[in-house]
Design a protein around this ligand. Structure first.
Ligand SMILES: [Zn+2]
Length: 153
């Protein structure tokens, strides 16, 4: 099933492919109204996860094509495919070209953990830990996945 979906806040459109085996993933992210879920851009808006015929006719820009699994991962903070950098040269250029405007860190038991670096151009670089070291989880435009108000330690 392919669902044409639009965010009610950032207006990003998606062409969402839901295979029969992805029903459980969709159940885990759907809202109580059963027709929406959080926008995978984590903009604070909601997207429809059922087809609304009027929406597919209103499309102006080509939708981002994603699967239910990609939607699930993005809603859970792992980033949309276009937010996950895969080229070290791109990351190097991004970090060299912009001063750091803000950092999001926490101190736990005398160790400092860095979660995000906000660059002057508004790009937020989100970090995760991996076996090989710090991993860039995703880059977004000033939409921190961990607002300070909701941080817990
Ligand atoms: Zn959105």
């Amino acid at each position: 099933m392919i669902i044409y979906s639009v965010c009610n806040s950032c207006y990003q459109s998606f062409s969402l492919t839901v295979m029969p085996g992805h029903t459980e993933l969709m159940n885990q992210i759907r809202d109580e109204d059963e027709i929406t879920c959080p926008c995978p851009r984590l903009c604070g808006g909601r997207i429809n996860i059922v087809n609304i015929p009027e929406l597919s006719n209103a499309s102006r820009t080509p939708p981002m094509v994603i699967t239910a699994q990609e939607l699930y991962q993005a809603v859970n903070g792992m980033g949309l495919p276009d937010e996950i950098p895969s080229d070290p040269l791109v990351v190097d250029a991004l970090l060299r070209a912009n001063k750091i405007a803000k950092t999001v860190m926490e101190e736990v038991n005398g160790r400092v953990y860095i979660h995000e670096v906000v660059l002057e151009n508004g790009v937020v670089v989100h970090f995760a830990s991996a076996a090989r070291g710090a991993c860039i989880l995703k880059t977004t435009k000033e939409r921190p996945c961990r607002p300070e108000s909701s941080q817990k330690d």
